[in-house]
Design a protein around this ligand. Structure first.
Ligand SMILES: *[C@@H]1O[C@H](CO)[C@@H](O)[C@H](O)[C@H]1NC(C)=O
Ligand SMILES: *[C@@H]1O[C@H](CO)[C@@H](O)[C@H](O)[C@H]1NC(C)=O
Ligand SMILES: *[C@@H]1O[C@H](CO)[C@@H](O)[C@H](O)[C@H]1NC(C)=O
Length: 492
């Protein structure tokens, strides 16, 4: 192996240099960069200065760790967004909610957003304080965004009015055939096939003895290979978790300077601590005052979100332990086939049905801990971030995106293996830890989420990426948006 490396050539010699810098007073990063220039350790050590600026596109960690200016930039962009569906109700999945949260925030910062999406029966929402224009087209027979029609709309808009500065596609909203060779384009991935292999394994292990093995299991690796081949057609990639960033660079072999990690953010004005409204919510839904702990579950109540697993774990714990049965209440928000099953577990299980955003915010505030037992390692579940921003400790499945970006340690919450036993251990653990410990973890979770996972942080990071890759911004403003920090990138 070693002799295959072109060690004699100075130019191709891969050298690694290390410099540490500190941006926030509390956090210091270790920054590894691969360089093609001759190695000079002495001068790189001298570079480890606080004011050292670096190339953002090569930044290896989540951009959420950087502090961008809270003010809008000198240049406002015209942005094309390709997304299969625009959310009309609160039931929308993660990808659509990401599109809404991000582009609403960008539009409110003054950017002009054009959304190329599928038409639907209900009218598009009106956002009086944001420049968002919709260009709906009928979906393709398979239910995707009709590529030819959407592209024609884009082309008309691009030629008859101001040309677009940048194109953003949520997943394969814009197919790779059209994305190819567009350098001012970024794609955000919400679930890639490689990550899903972990879910496939877990779900097969949990399969009942009579259930046949799901055929997708054998097709998945071929799907990964497919993705490895077509992903490279997209110029810039946004990974929505640290783990997916690593997979895109290492397994999908996309050059590092084209892979950028920006972890999802959620609206910090909606999800925030409010003890009084939480207390009121508890009373309203019928949690008695003597309850020692309130556990929350939310989302689509379906099998692959892990509901059979937590159902079984709760059932066993309630049977085994009297204290659990007397003192612990479980609130279940959302709908789906498992909603009715939960009622079998007795009076401690309160099934609330789907909640709209404001109610959901109160729901989080009523909890001591939020549990998401998902078996789908696909993208990043927003519910964890919503709970964290609300100041609630979280418990989740030990998937790499969750442990690598969100529940990074016991100070934030709990992680379990997707087995009934492991989940039961965690449930007993929170009973032992109690309210006080959970409240402390909730506070740490809140601080981390406020620093990293707000909608404002996500929008500022995407904005900088879009400025950096947009047509001519550098030349027109004489500012290199790809450098960090810029003079205004300071904390207030
Ligand atoms: C949009 O219009 C500009 C200006 O005419 C042109 O340079 C650019 O290639 C067009 N973009 C696409 C993707 O067609
Ligand atoms: C698109 O990019 C590919 C690979 O970089 C290149 O071979 C091809 O010629 C390009 N096509 C056009 C139309 O520019
Ligand atoms: C219930 O579980 C808790 C926590 O593990 C334990 O302290 C307690 O003794 C158990 N109670 C019963 C009745 O098993």
């Amino acid at each position: 192996m070693a002799k295959d490396h072109p060690t004699s050539s100075n130019f191709h010699h891969l050298c690694y240099f290390l410099f540490a810098f500190s941006i926030l007073s509390s956090i210091s990063f270790v920054y590894w960069s691969r360089c093609l220039a001759p190695c000079n350790t002495e001068s790189t050590i001298a570079l480890s200065k606080q004011s050292q600026s670096f190339d953002l596109l090569a930044y290896p960690s989540a951009w959420n760790h950087l502090s961008f200016s809270p003010n809008p930039p000198p240049r406002l962009l015209k942005i094309a967004l390709f997304v299969k569906r625009w959310p009309h109700r609160n039931l929308a999945g993660g990808l659509e909610r990401h599109a809404l949260t991000l582009h609403l925030a960008l539009a409110r910062r003054g950017h002009e957003i054009h959304v190329f999406t599928t038409s639907s029966n209900s009218a598009f929402p009106d956002y009086p304080d944001a420049k968002i224009r919709f260009h709906p087209t009928p979906p393709s027979p398979a239910g995707y965004l009709n590529q030819a029609l959407a592209w024609e709309q884009f082309r008309i808009q691009n030629t008859t009015e101001k040309p677009f500065d940048v194109i953003h596609t949520e997943s394969v909203g814009l197919f790779h055939g059209r994305a190819r060779n567009l350098s001012h384009l970024a794609v955000s991935w919400h679930g890639i096939a490689y990550e899903t292999i972990h879910s496939d394994i877990v779900q097969d292990l949990l399969r009942g003895p009579q259930e046949p093995r799901h055929p997708v299991l054998t097709e998945r690796v071929a799907k990964v290979i497919d993705e490895v081949k077509f992903f490279r057609d997209y110029a810039h990639h946004v990974a929505t978790s640290d783990h997916v960033g690593d997979v895109l660079k290492r397994i999908y072999m996309i050059p590092e300077e084209r892979v950028h990690i920006i972890v999802n953010g959620v609206d910090e004005d909606i999800y925030k601590p409010d003890a009084a409204s939480g207390q009121e919510f508890r009373r309203k839904v019928g949690v008695p005052d003597h309850a020692t702990l309130v556990i929350g579950l939310a989302g689509r109540l379906v099998k692959d979100k892990g509901h059979p697993l937590i159902f079984e774990a709760l059932k066993q714990v309630f049977m085994e332990n009297e204290s659990f049965q007397r003192n612990i209440y479980v609130l279940v928000a959302g709908d789906g086939p498992w909603g009715n099953r939960y009622k079998e577990l007795g009076p401690n299980l309160l099934v609330l049905g789907p909640l709209e955003q404001k109610q959901l915010a109160r729901f989080y505030n009523s909890l001591d801990i939020f549990i998401n037992p998902t078996l789908r390692a696909q993208g990043l579940d927003h519910t964890f971030i919503e709970a964290m921003l609300s100041g609630v400790s979280v418990m989740g499945t030990r998937f790499a995106s969750i442990t690598g970006s969100l529940i990074v340690g016991p100070e934030i919450g709990y992680t379990f293996l997707p087995t009934v036993d492991s989940l039961k251990k965690c449930l007993y653990r929170i009973l032992v830890d109690g309210k006080g410990v959970l409240a402390k973890k909730g506070e740490v979770a809140r601080n981390r989420a406020m620093q990293l996972f707000t909608a404002a942080k996500m929008a500022a990071a995407y904005e900088r990426l879009f400025l950096c890759i947009s047509e001519g911004a550098k030349v027109k403003d004489n500012i290199d948006y790809c450098k960090y920090p810029l003079p205004w990138d300071r904390r207030r």
